[in-house]
Write a protein that binds this ligand. Structure first.
Ligand code: BYC
Ligand code: FE
Ligand code: FE
Length: 471
């Protein structure tokens, strides 16, 4: 059932050839996508052979083949997890009703908005990362960058399929707009803040895949619970790809953190920069920056949109079916820090309105788990310091804490104090220039830049010195 048809122009497991109209619409969008990829995808290396994995079936575990392919020949396609014919809506106001196979008229607008928002992030990340290959610290890392990039391209396909298949004319217009907006563009920016930030160095790339792709994991998981079945099935399959993006971020950061510790312990003054590495204080600033931008992606702490999404059965909590016992979320409350009269106080918010915050809290727990692993690695090296996460109120531009100022410990401070200490907490121009000065390409198989440890093992049981990208 879930075997993918590679004979078709657009590989898919949705029986595209039996819907001529949809197939024609997507075949018309395909050249526009390829043109976007050639304009905005990775700069250079388009003719290189890259050791990529490609989805060949939607079965968990057995879905990928690895081979050297040129990126423009990657088989971007449409893959949904298998359908469960008995599936029922399991949260919100429609509990027990069969899931929707078509878009319910009353929820058409909110569904379209969610799908477009999700879709917009995918090409945005490719645009943000397009200059990185030139300074890759190893061929192994370059390959991982390209793997992430082609899969984000496929995630765009996944969302464009939903727009074309279920939203008619409006959907097709939205699909075109998705190729017209540009990350960081003044006139036509991407929709969410994090996707308009610069990503010009590899420390940023690893922070992005660690922190921002992790928002993807949580948003996709919440949508995988959806009562709109095609969305749920699409997001389930995307999550299998997402896991790799997160491991690129986590392991990449760990390699930098460990190198930083080693170099600082080697230096008579404990200065990793003097040894050609990135010092822990600088790493911490990048983490503060990307953590705060990434938790902004969950939206406002108190949100009537979020309450509507949940009530409609369109967006659940993380693992709604398995982690929670009660699924209406009515007559329950969440306690939040709110600010009034210049002080932090605690306030009770109806659970449905706090769904963004509930999802953000799951995300933060997951992130804390990774930090514990990093700190364990530091302890193993006998490094005396630790990496920390800033408080969730620190450096926010969305929600209750936007426009206010907090220390990384979550203490409310005034703007002048914040500005005076900003350089201790967030990357300065000088920090960025320093990190950029380290970004020299290392493109020999098996070699790795000095500021990051070599990976422990290769990809798909290949050795580390394997030629992951052939010029
Ligand atoms: N930046 O009630 P509010 C991924 C807007 S990442 C700018 O707070 P709501 C990936 C909001 O749109 C996963 N604007 O928010 C990762 C609204 O605007 P309008 C992406 C923001 O609606 C790496 C207004 O503020 N997926 O896949 O409850 C690489 C107030 O609304 C931001 C999704 O996001 C922001 N950070 O929820 C590649 C899932 N935050 O309508 C890929 C789909 C909020 O007043 N999206 N706003 O003009 C959603 O579920 C929701 O739209 C949001 C916000 C969670 C984003
Ligand atoms: Fe994605
Ligand atoms: Fe991703």
């Amino acid at each position: 059932m879930s075997t993918i048809d590679y004979q078709e122009r657009i590989p898919n497991n949705v029986g595209l050839s039996s819907d001529r109209k949809l197939q024609r619409a997507l075949e018309k969008w395909q050249p526009a996508f390829l043109e976007w990829w050639s304009d905005m995808g990775p700069e250079g290396f388009q003719a290189s052979d890259v050791y990529l994995r490609t989805a060949i079936s939607a079965e968990p575990g057995g879905w990928a083949v690895f081979d050297h392919v040129k990126m423009p020949d990657y088989r971007w396609g449409i893959f949904l997890a298998d359908q469960d014919p008995d599936r029922k809506i399991h949260f919100g106001d429609h509990i027990g009703e069969p899931v929707w196979q078509e878009v319910p008229g009353e929820y058409r607008n909110i569904l379209r908005r969610i799908i477009v928002t999700q879709a917009d992030t995918e090409p945005a990340s490719v645009e943000q990362q397009r200059y990185l290959a030139k300074t890759a610290p190893s061929l192994y890392d370059m390959r991982n960058l390209f793997q992430v990039n082609v899969e984000e391209g496929r995630h765009l396909w996944a969302m464009v399929y939903l727009l074309h298949a279920y939203f008619g004319r409006d959907g097709r217009d939205e699909a075109e707009e998705l190729l017209a907006r540009r990350a960081g563009d003044v006139d036509k920016p991407r929709m969410l803040d994090a996707f308009n930030q610069e990503c010009q160095d590899w420390l940023t790339f690893f922070c992005f895949t660690m922190f921002t792709d992790r928002d993807g994991k949580y948003q996709l998981a919440a949508l995988a619970e959806s009562g709109f079945d095609p969305l749920a099935r699409t997001c389930s399959f995307m999550l299998t790809e997402e896991a790799h993006h997160l491991s690129v971020g986590e392991l990449g950061m760990q390699r930098i953190i460990e190198r930083s510790a080693e170099l600082s312990m080697l230096d008579p003054n404990g200065d990793a920069r003097a040894q050609g590495g990135i010092d822990m204080a600088t790493l911490q600033k990048w983490i503060n920056y990307w953590f705060s931008y990434s938790i902004d992606l969950f939206g406002s702490e108190v949100s009537s949109n979020a309450a509507d999404f949940f009530g409609a059965g369109i967006k659940g909590r993380y693992r709604e079916a398995s982690l929670w016992d009660e699924h209406t979320a009515l007559e329950q409350f969440v306690t939040l820090d709110t600010i009034s009269g210049g002080r932090i106080s605690r306030e009770e918010i109806p659970l449905r309105n706090a769904m963004n915050e509930v999802l953000r809290s799951e995300y933060i727990k997951d992130t804390e788990r990774v930090l514990r692993r990093w700190n364990k690695a530091l302890a193993k090296l006998d490094y005396p310091g630790q990496i920390t996460l800033p408080d969730r109120k620190f450096h926010r531009r969305q929600g209750l804490y936007a426009g206010l100022h907090f220390t990384p410990q979550g203490e409310l401070i005034d703007q002048a104090t914040f500005e005076a200490r900003r350089h201790e907490w967030l990357p300065t121009d000088e920090d960025r220039a320093y990190v950029r000065s380290l970004m020299v390409p290392v493109h020999e198989p098996g070699q790795c830049a000095h500021w990051i440890k070599a990976p422990h093992r290769g990809i798909n049981r290949q050795p580390v010195e394997f030629e992951y990208v052939r010029p």
